[in-house]
Design a protein around this ligand. Structure first.
Ligand SMILES: NC(=O)c1ccc[n+]([C@@H]2O[C@H](COP(=O)([O-])OP(=O)(O)OC[C@H]3O[C@@H](n4cnc5c(N)ncnc54)[C@H](OP(=O)(O)O)[C@@H]3O)[C@@H](O)[C@H]2O)c1
Length: 500
């Protein structure tokens, strides 16, 4: 028998309210969250433990994707505590230490502790160092495990990621640090490995001989909202590409690991990311398009321009959209372009990987029929729905030989009870079990920053160049279309359903 405390730094923030709490609820609903776990929030707002508890109930009611069951919520929130304090103040850690000792005094030992740093990324080292200084992360004498989850982005460049790693390594054991990227918690992203390596039909064609190109899209309707302070200093590239988009890229393109354990999977992914380069040599800028949203409408809602958002510089040249052409310098992928794009305030929320296969020879079809034959596209849908689609060519059921594209589709929702998940459930559970396979290793993080460095450096050289404007509610700047049109290709419309 053991007990645990789940300590959430940044407890009043968006991540805790919108994603973490629903994830903890979903774990509790399926019996995967320990009943004796105390939830401890740390933030600067003046709140009592009771008001904090009520705010968590409100967050669950607002963001839970399933029906709210008060019995599950009562179980999850049976022991809620709040520490008011600034992370820069030693008093905060002293109060937290006293509270944890008081909680643990009444509970079975060993008493495990998970510290979730849902904080601005530049604070991670300060908090980890202070936790260690107050003995909060020490694992001495059968005290139970102490683990720290840090959010993405991990650093803002290769140098800062390395420096952060060094600072964290000074105060935490390797086995205590979990670098989270919640895309790795999504069933559809985990399924990429199963799809590739668990089905005999894919691996033989998963290479440059059969694949024409790959598109990876993470499109969001959400705007910068109130995250301007963080986002304006970060931008779409750093916020999304080395983590979410590269997680999908690595899963799609890595060589098969010898085992599905943390060491083998991390090594295979880091090696793959090490081979990522700008799509063509020479002019790096020719492989990237930056955009920034202007005023527009998303559905019925009018959206002000990015530069008018709270905490954003009125003359900001931060990109809220980025499209990249990359190549992967391995024998498997030579000559296959990987096109990546991500943006905010777009027409639709959609995350997917689309793998377009080379066309088959069409000499047996008439010219007109051949024109109607489409390339096969395998679409791995990650959001809003999770599933897999495959575009095939088929003959229509009429006497003439009319051919055209049709869509085969499998949805996780139809097969599995995965609909409740927000993506954090599996990762939190794995962390509590001590399994780091689905977390990022230092090698993966560094390789990711190394791969985007040429773009960041090229922008630094051309400082003052504003990103291309695009209206909120559109599919991004038209210049991003030109990136593919140059190669005789086109983006899949963000609005598009399934594999067609
Ligand atoms: N939100 C998302 O969808 C999302 C998704 C993936 C990753 N993340 C990552 O998660 C982390 C948190 O993001 P968020 O969106 O939740 O940010 P947020 O809404 O701005 O919340 C930040 C939280 O940190 C607290 N905080 C900031 N500075 C503090 C200080 N000096 N002392 C004590 N508390 C402090 C804030 O409290 P105050 O109100 O007192 O400032 C607030 O509770 C970031 O690293 C972000 O990149 C967020």
């Amino acid at each position: 028998m053991s007990s645990c405390s789940f300590v959430m730094f940044g407890a009043t923030g968006d991540l805790v309210r919108r994603l973490l709490m629903p994830a903890l609820y979903n774990l509790a609903a399926t019996g995967l969250f320990p009943d004796r776990c105390a939830l401890v929030g740390v933030a600067r707002e003046k709140l009592s433990s009771d008001t904090f508890r009520r705010s968590l109930v409100d967050a669950l009611r607002e963001y839970l994707r399933a029906a709210f069951d008060s019995r599950v919520a009562d179980r999850l929130l049976a022991s809620v505590h709040y520490v008011r304090g600034d992370i820069d103040s030693p008093r905060t850690y002293a109060s937290l230490a006293n509270l944890l000792v008081a909680i643990e005094d009444h509970r079975p030992s060993p008493a495990d502790r998970l510290f979730y740093l849902a904080l601005p990324p530049m604070t991670f080292a300060t908090v980890a160092t202070s936790l260690a200084a107050f003995g909060l992360t020490a694992e001495r004498g059968g005290a139970g495990w102490r683990r720290v989850i840090v959010e993405k982005p991990f650093g803002v460049s290769l140098d800062s990621a390395r420096a952060l790693d060094r600072e964290l390594a000074d105060v935490l054991g390797k086995h205590q640090l979990y670098r989270i990227d919640h895309y790795l918690g999504k069933a559809s992203v985990q399924n990429i490995q199963t799809l590739r390596f668990g089905n005999g039909i894919f691996e033989p064609v998963w290479n440059r001989d059969h694949i024409d190109h790959v598109q990876i899209t993470v499109a969001e309707t959400v705007t910068v909202e109130r995250r301007g302070r963080f986002y304006d200093a970060t931008g779409a590239l750093r916020d999304m590409v080395p983590n979410h988009l590269f997680q999908m890229l690595a899963a799609i393109a890595m060589e098969p690991p010898s085992r599905f354990d943390a060491v083998s999977v991390h090594r295979a992914k880091a090696e793959l990311l090490d081979a990522v380069r700008p799509g063509s040599d020479g002019d790096v800028q020719a492989n990237v398009v930056r955009g920034q949203y202007r005023a527009g409408a998303i559905g019925a809602a009018n959206v002000p321009a990015y530069r008018d958002a709270p905490y954003v510089d009125a003359a900001s040249s931060t990109e809220t959209y980025v499209a990249l052409k990359l190549r992967v310098d391995t024998a498997r992928w030579t000559g296959v372009p990987f096109y990546l794009r991500t943006g905010k305030a777009l027409s639709r929320t959609r995350a997917e990987v689309a793998i377009t296969f080379k066309r088959s020879p069409t000499m047996m079809f008439s010219e007109k029929q051949a024109e109607r034959l489409m390339a096969n596209v395998l679409v791995l849908e990650v959001a809003p729905d999770e599933g897999v689609g495959l575009r095939l060519n088929a003959k229509s059921p009429n006497p003439s030989l009319t051919v055209g594209g049709v869509d085969m589709r499998f949805s996780f929702r139809d097969y599995f009870d995965a609909v409740r998940a927000v993506g954090y459930e599996k990762l939190i559970h794995d962390c509590m079990m001590g399994d780091a396979t689905l977390f990022q290793s230092a090698g993966m993080v560094e390789a990711g920053w190394r791969a985007v460095a040429p773009f960041v450096d090229a922008w630094a050289e051309s400082a003052g160049h504003d990103p291309f404007p695009y209206p909120a509610g559109s599919e991004g700047p038209p210049e991003a279309d030109a990136l593919l049109a140059r190669d005789g290709r086109a983006w899949r419309p963000i609005e598009q359903e399934g594999a067609r």
